[in-house]
Design a protein around this ligand. Structure first.
Ligand SMILES: Nc1nc2c(c(=O)[nH]1)N[C@H]1C(S)=C(S)[C@@H](COP(=O)(O)O)O[C@H]1N2
Ligand SMILES: [Mo]
Length: 416
């Protein structure tokens, strides 16, 4: 493609994981993660292809595809992020193997046969549900994004990371299947004074967050499946909380306990961690909803356009408050805007794909996208956001992203 990155190059330096060696011995060990390397046939019409189920019965991707999650260089591997390679994505669904990850205490290995979810506190009938109990209940499947509120935290003061994977890769969209949390809460019988629910994970971080009861009773899902199969371990296997539109840290993974209360629990995560420092020295608490945001994924940082001419600008837009109704694209740093086409279906609290035909004349350009959601909220410029929030709040940077296209075709991350 047009990427300036060599994908094999990205994999060097210890990131290569060996492919499976199959019994036939035909596969070689140097395939990218998730792929199996086979000899390329000189003319595939002149000999049989490899045999069905040669890969053991669970598919793999082409050996020519090598996109991987990129780990943000935190000090510790236990508490880290990995980011989705948005630049190479198509449509709106993130492949499960490329869904971004945020772990505060590593990825636990949990046997679904013994895992339980306890519901207690201000309820008439405390419950302990097994995974089998949950799977017997009425279920829903819905497509929603999860975005870490730390997405973009390096970008407040100056353009820092080079690719869209680095600047925006802490957001991903999957189809999630599970039981509506309201179904389970009705079963337990929440009492009139119930106002908040504590959700607790069974990882080494014992991550805990308080969720307002109206969110819990609205569209929250106890999710056990992702993109048609069981959750990936990294996404919370066997059970996670999904709070559509709310900041990622509230979507507690490896969920084991829900406690109903009349007040928030003021856990570590909602006092010292996920608060936003404002210019006047106060901190915003419980900034749960994710504001509308968009980004151009093609062309984007570290790519190189080979020559002037036609390109399809493409990107993603999403809002924690509902559907995206409009995305506009500018090629002149925000002086003029043109409305982009939105790919159907445009879904509630989901990534939405936008596209815009563009003829690059070979001169310098600054590409930007700006989205509007169904509440009428318009994505702000960075100066507009900073005027209100300052630059110290770490979380919730949803400003318009600028990509500079140089006359030689090189695309870079800029503040414009
Ligand atoms: N139990 C538990 N749940 C957790 C976390 C965690 O470390 N432990 N991280 C949270 C954060 S900060 C985010 S952004 C999302 C990320 O979900 P993902 O890893 O499936 O993308 O999970 C949330 N749920
Ligand atoms: Mo997060």
């Amino acid at each position: 493609m047009f990427s300036g990155l060599t994908r094999r190059g990205l994999l060097s330096g210890g990131a290569i994981m060996s492919g499976l060696l199959l019994s036939g011995g035909r596969a070689r060990a140097d395939a990218p993660p998730g792929a199996i390397e086979y000899p390329v046939q000189p003319d595939p019409t002149k000999e049989q292809g490899r045999l069905i189920l040669d890969d053991g019965g669970y598919g793999s991707r082409s050996q020519f595809e090598s996109e991987i999650r990129w780990r943000y260089p935190t000090d510790s591997l236990d508490s880290s992020w990995s980011m989705t390679p948005l630049a190479s994505g198509h449509g709106i669904i993130t492949p499960s193997g490329l869904h971004f990850e945020r772990h505060h205490g590593g990825i636990p290995t949990i046997d679904p046969a013994t895992h339980t979810l306890i519901i207690h506190g201000l309820v008439d009938k405390p419950l302990r549900l097994t995974m089998a109990d949950l799977r017997r209940m009425p279920s829903v499947s819905r497509i929603h994004f999860i975005e870490c509120s730390g997405n973009g935290l390096t970008e407040w003061e100056k353009p820092t990371l080079k690719t869209v994977q680095g600047t925006h890769g802490l957001t991903s969209t999957s189809e999630w299947t599970g039981v509506l949390l309201s179904t389970v809460l009705k079963e337990a019988g929440i009492q009139d004074s119930a106002a908040w629910i504590l959700a607790e994970g069974s990882d080494a971080a014992v991550m805990t967050r308080s969720v307002p009861i109206d969110v819990a009773m609205n569209d929250a899902i106890l999710a056990y499946a992702q993109n048609g199969e069981a959750l990936r371990p990294e996404q919370g296997y066997p059970l996670r909380l999904l709070l559509p539109g709310l900041e990622g840290n509230t979507h507690i993974k490896w969920l084991r306990r829900l406690e109903v209360s009349d007040k928030p629990f003021m856990t570590r995560e909602e006092t010292s961690k996920y608060t936003d420092l404002m210019p006047d020295g106060t901190a915003r608490l419980f900034t749960l909803e994710m504001d509308a945001k968009s980004v151009i994924t093609f062309p984007s940082g570290a790519m190189k356009l080979p020559r002037p001419g036609f390109y399809e600008i493409s990107g993603l837009a999403w809002s924690g408050r509902g559907k995206i109704v409009k995305v506009e694209v500018s090629a002149d740093g925000g002086k003029t805007w043109t409305e982009a086409a939105l790919q159907e279906p445009v879904l509630n609290k989901s990534h939405t794909r936008f596209r815009m035909p563009w003829i690059w004349d070979g001169n310098e350009a600054v590409l930007q996208s700006r989205c509007t959601d169904e509440t009428g909220y318009v994505q702000p410029t960075l100066p507009e956001l900073v005027r209100v929030r300052g630059t110290k709040s770490v979380y919730h940077l949803n400003a318009i992203q600028s990509w500079h296209v140089a006359a030689n075709g090189e695309v870079t991350n800029v503040h414009a």
